[in-house]
Design a protein. Structure first.
Length: 637
């Protein structure tokens, strides 16, 4: 039998490694910027063209490389970060494997210009698909200048599966944020197609967070600082009122490295368990300083999954630190000591001021046991009470009040089983949405024939009504979500949404990564009825909202819609429409506990059965169910 096992060429091995390390343009920027940080750079500039498809350039003022190091840096497992296996447990740098540059050079065309401080002339090297094209001396400043062009030019399958430019640019900004938040003492800039998107100056950690995510977040940050023999935890958590369902900024860093840790995330959220509604997320920016020997970062190629030796103990420390930060925030009184217009309080001087003692005043004739002439009890019924009802027979009787729940005779038994219709519950809530009467839709199923016109609301959430086959139970909130969802889709497709102009426009500011997504979905938002004006610096003015959203927090709604669009994995415009329509429907739907009148319930049921799908919400939750008549009879015996 002939030998069939052979060693792969370096170019093939590098492409295989690149499949794990370099997944998209954001991965290239992450690796190159981390190398610049390890090189001691104080200023890092990133320039991308076409979201990294055409060109990526990373310029730093670090220590640079010599001619030999520049050539050797693109070889596999070539690194200056570690020398032996024991160094893996004492890491103080971002990179250590020596695979990043080799993987980038395997799937792109790379040019490097670099010079160290002790050299008068630098080195320029060109590499394409792991092959060195040229290497020659060049004049350049101290530091490194990487230019990566035509990413995945020799891997067409990987290039074909890249997302749109706006999606890839959003991924680049997300990876960029994870690095700039760790190093506030380094200046960063990011340019896309000649436009400056990010310009961050050196400063404190709090200032860096405000520069990245906006000034509004500054007032919602609570500091955390606890130092133990096991670890030190610093950073900030958000106040309870800063919680949101989507788009909360949540970051964990350990020894200057971004990480994902669901266990520690649960520790933070447990502290807010009774302070925020279920499903809401609170922003946090938490840094862990742990001994390198107590963690293992060599688990995943992206280095975002890290194992802790004392994970449970650190969990308890993190929970206590978060509770302490929240406790200090709740105990601080908000008192404004304004001295303007204060009263003049003179200082008492016993040597100069003589104060006369107070003179008591009393009635010497007062006797509490002596009855007063006004204390005699007056009769409750007058003697001539018959005169009050003398002409009562001449007055016509008032018409009886109409029942709150009118029911035809054939449905009276169902109402008796559901509850007492005589209980006076509120028929109209001022905050309840008003549904315009619609023409009665055609019944989609035989089981809905002979539907009762009287409805019963159970616990402010379910609408019960009698149908031919039994008792139908409808979740009013989910029904309203389905109605509003299809209504929003129609408005987007036909561009017939009604805009309600706001009297006082509100200003909303987005992070750079979210602003890119907003620019992508801005035409769809206009079709839905939102009027936004660009004020620059990722700030927008809300001039108009869709009719029917009066009273809602439009800033939170827009933030949720942008976050939902950023998390969408599909790039089709129909998927974006569905995501936006569902987010707005959830925000504007009837809340649980809202009391509805019988007319409002009837209108809601009619609109529901005019929808294309009456059984499920757009996210797959059941809207209604029918309790068959035979099961009711079995329960009743």
């Amino acid at each position: 039998m002939s030998d069939i096992i052979q060693l792969l060429p370096d170019s093939v091995a590098n492409q295989i490694a690149a499949g794990e390390v370099i997944q998209r343009p954001a991965s290239v920027i992450k690796e190159l910027v981390e190398n610049a940080v390890d090189a001691g750079a104080k200023r890092i500039n990133v320039v991308v063209v076409d979201a990294g498809r055409t060109s990526i350039q990373v310029i730093d003022d670090g220590k640079g490389m010599s001619e030999t190091d520049a050539r050797l840096a693109f070889e596999r497992h070539a690194t200056s970060k570690i020398k032996k296996a024991d160094d893996l447990f004492a890491l103080s740098t971002m990179g250590f494997r020596g695979e990043a540059l080799a993987s980038i050079a395997a799937v792109a065309q790379v040019r490097l210009k670099t010079r160290s401080a002790d050299s008068e002339i630098g080195t320029m090297i060109d590499i394409s698909a792991s092959k060195v094209v040229s290497q020659e001396p060049v004049s350049c400043p101290v530091g490194s200048n990487f230019t990566v062009e035509n990413l995945f030019f020799n891997v067409p399958a990987r290039r074909k599966f890249l997302k749109t430019n706006s999606t890839e640019l959003s991924n680049i900004l997300t990876a960029f944020e994870r690095i700039v938040l760790v190093y506030p003492d380094i200046a960063f800039t990011l340019h896309s197609n000649g436009t400056e998107l990010v310009n961050l100056r050196p400063g404190s950690m709090r200032q860096r967070i405000v520069d990245v995510f906006g000034k509004r977040l500054n007032q919602d940050l609570l500091p955390i600082d606890v130092d133990t023999t096991m670890c030190r935890i610093t950073g900030f958590v958000g106040k309870p009122e800063s919680a949101r369902k989507k788009g909360a900024h949540q970051f964990f860093f350990v020894n200057g490295r971004y990480m994902k840790h669901p266990y520690f995330h649960k520790a933070v959220m447990n502290a807010f368990e009774r302070l925020v509604p279920m499903g809401m997320q609170v922003p946090y920016f938490i840094h862990f300083d742990v001994s390198p020997s107590d963690i293992d970062v060599n688990i995943h190629p992206t280095k975002t999954e890290i194992k802790f030796e004392n994970e449970q103990s650190i969990w308890q420390i993190l929970t206590a630190a978060t509770n302490d930060a929240i406790g200090k925030f709740c105990e601080i009184p908000s008192i404004d000591f304004d001295t303007e217009g204060k009263p003049d309080i003179p200082v008492f001087d016993p040597m100069q001021d003589t104060v006369a003692p107070p003179q008591p005043q009393y009635n010497p004739t007062y006797n509490p046991f002596k009855p007063s002439p006004h204390s005699q009890r007056q009769p409750e019924v007058p003697d001539n009470w018959e005169e009050l009802y003398k002409n009562l027979e001449d007055i016509a009787p008032a018409p009886q009040e109409q029942s709150l729940f009118p029911a035809p005779p054939q449905n009276q038994g169902i109402l008796d089983n559901l509850g007492n219709p005589g209980n006076p519950i509120p028929l109209k809530n001022p905050a309840s949405p008003t549904y315009p009467p619609l023409p009665s839709p055609t019944q989609p199923a035989e089981s809905l024939s002979e539907r009762s016109l009287a409805h019963y609301q159970y616990k402010g959430r379910y609408i019960m009504t009698a149908v031919k086959s039994g008792l139908m139970i409808i979740d009013q909130q989910r029904a309203d979500i389905r109605i509003r969802y299809e209504r929003s889709l129609r408005h987007i497709q036909t561009q017939t949404a009604h805009v309600q102009q706001v009297l006082f426009p509100e200003v909303i500011q987005f992070p750079t990564s979210s602003a890119v997504v907003l620019t992508k979905i801005l035409p769809e938002l206009s079709k839905m009825g939102f009027e936004l004006s660009d004020l620059g610096q990722n700030s927008y003015s809300i001039n108009g909202v869709p009719s029917g959203l009066e009273g809602l927090d439009c800033r939170s709604l827009l933030t949720s819609m942008v976050a939902e669009a950023a998390e969408s994995t599909s790039s089709s415009i129909e998927a974006v429409h569905r995501s936006l329509a569902l987010t707005m429907a959830r925000a504007a739907a009837i809340p649980v506990g809202q009391l509805l009148s019988n007319a409002e319930m009837e209108s809601l049921v009619n609109e529901l059965f005019a929808c294309s799908n009456v059984n499920y919400t757009p996210d797959g939750k059941a809207i209604l169910c029918i309790l068959p008549q035979r099961e009711i009879e079995q329960l009743m015996g």
